[in-house]
Design a protein around this ligand. Structure first.
Ligand SMILES: [Zn+2]
Length: 44
């Protein structure tokens, strides 16, 4: 799963497609969503 780096819209299009853009804001910057990120917000 990838998300737009600008508006965090989930990207459903194949990320390997050439010229992919965010459907909401047109951004071409994306990041790969990782389950490990949740550890950063883990509170005790
Ligand atoms: Zn976007």
């Amino acid at each position: 799963m990838y998300k737009c780096a600008i508006c965090f819209e989930p990207i459903r299009t194949n990320i390997n497609t050439v010229g992919i853009q965010c459907e909401r804001c047109g951004s071409k910057i994306f990041y790969k969503e990782r389950p490990n990120v949740k550890k950063l917000v883990k509170a005790r």
